[in-house]
Design a protein around this ligand. Sequence first.
Ligand SMILES: Cc1cc2nc3c(=O)[nH]c(=O)nc-3n(C[C@H](O)[C@H](O)[C@H](O)COP(=O)(O)O)c2cc1C
Length: 413
Amino acid sequence: MGCSTGNATPPTPAIAPGSEEIDAEAVARELGERGPDPRLTDIVPAFDAPFFQAGLAGYSDAAMRIVARRHGCPLCVTEALLDRTLLAGGRGFAKADLGELFDNVPGGEDDHPLVGQIMGSDPAEMAAAALKMIEQGARPDRVYRQMAEQSPGTEHAAPDDAAHADTFAAIDLNLACPVKKIARKARGGHWLAEPDGAIAIVRAVRDALPSRVPVTIKVRRSFDDTPEMAANFDRIMDACFEAGVAWATVHARTVQQKYIGPSRWDLLREIVRKNPDRVILGSGDIWSVSDIFRMISYTGVAGVSVARGCIGNPWIFRQARQMMAGEAPTAPTIDEQREVLLSHFELALGVNAQMRRPELHTAKAMRKFGIRFAAHHPEGETVRRAMIAVESLDDWRKVLDEHYNAREKITAS
Ligand SMILES: Cc1cc2nc3c(=O)[nH]c(=O)nc-3n(C[C@H](O)[C@H](O)[C@H](O)COP(=O)(O)O)c2cc1C
């Protein structure tokens, strides 16, 4: 299950008239000189730069997150995990963490801070799933399932602080995923057409979690372009922040758009202007490091979610840090690419250790990344074809030996 609808399109520039004039290098340098934004570090202390890795179903597992962090990404979000799967103790739970690699602590010590994202159709179930995530299942499974059946707002024994000291830095509620309703029940972005339900979920989760755990939302700019849906969006935003939501990440496409066509930075800018005292993060059409700083400057968001632009491109985070330090962003050398490709495979193998055929599963998963990584290579098409044929770590190493041996610098795409 995931938020991908299988129709992601190639890069399109966002609709942002006038943004061509923005000097991304100057914006980055100024942000670097200003230092971390206290609005972000107050919520998650290590969120010390205005960008993060988005939830990306089918991609943003612990392996991808750790690779991003090694390149300077200050915060990562899990892919959307279904509340029901979490409550059933199924694969959704394992996917949020590193499995055996770091002793089943979410993300392990190399994967903090990590925001856990959940999605679902029922307020009590969402609240129980959020608590289970934060507590890492410290109570028996049947207790969480009972909570899921109670009416929202029922008092529960206070969680043991030690049980969630090292788990998720925040819980993010997905009100954005465009995948169709199941059994006529809303979830993800479909809640934007049913504001009462969206608001009930947010309140139930906020009430169920200890107050020091931030609750955040991921939302689309609207369900569609009708005035009725725009009003729903405003109502949901007001109610969520009144309920205590710490930030909203706004994807500047409608739910109806799925991932097709440009995002509307012009409308995102209006949303930021309408919500001056609220922390708004932005998403949509971040394809290069300059886009991060262009979005901040154009829209006024406090931070930027890097999504498709970081698949096979963890260097975007290093480049952002470089630009904030007033340096020119550097493209990855062949040696750097080799090192990342190898460590990403090895980390993914650790994440998948409990699968039936971990090496084959990892090889297949890495093909998707390979296609994107290959774009940095001067013989991209040849490398891509070699990568999509791999079935084991040995095969992967052979591709690296054959194609990633040069010592000279190359230009990133
Ligand atoms: C394959 C795929 C999977 C995604 N999965 C999630 C997800 O699980 N949770 C989430 O909040 N957003 C998800 N998104 C949305 C992205 O986080 C992001 O908001 C969107 O891609 C827009 O940014 P971009 O145009 O820069 O890629 C997904 C997007 C894609 C393409």
